[in-house]
Design a protein around this ligand. Structure first.
Ligand SMILES: [Zn+2]
Ligand SMILES: [Zn+2]
Ligand SMILES: [Zn+2]
Length: 49
């Protein structure tokens, strides 16, 4: 079973598997948003909208 951690984007609730395609982020959206503070995550995953 892969280790999972929370997405590194502060407003995001997703979990990310180790070695995922977006590194420590769940999605392209979060990776581009980086550590900027957004009010809401818009990665479109369930639980993040
Ligand atoms: Zn999110
Ligand atoms: Zn995310
Ligand atoms: Zn997400």
């Amino acid at each position: 079973m892969a280790n999972t951690t929370k997405c590194a984007h502060p407003a995001c609730n997703c979990t990310v598997s180790d070695g995922g395609p977006f590194g420590k982020y769940c999605s392209e959206h979060c990776r581009e948003a980086g550590d900027q503070t957004e009010l809401m995550c818009d990665c479109k995953h369930p639980g993040c909208r």
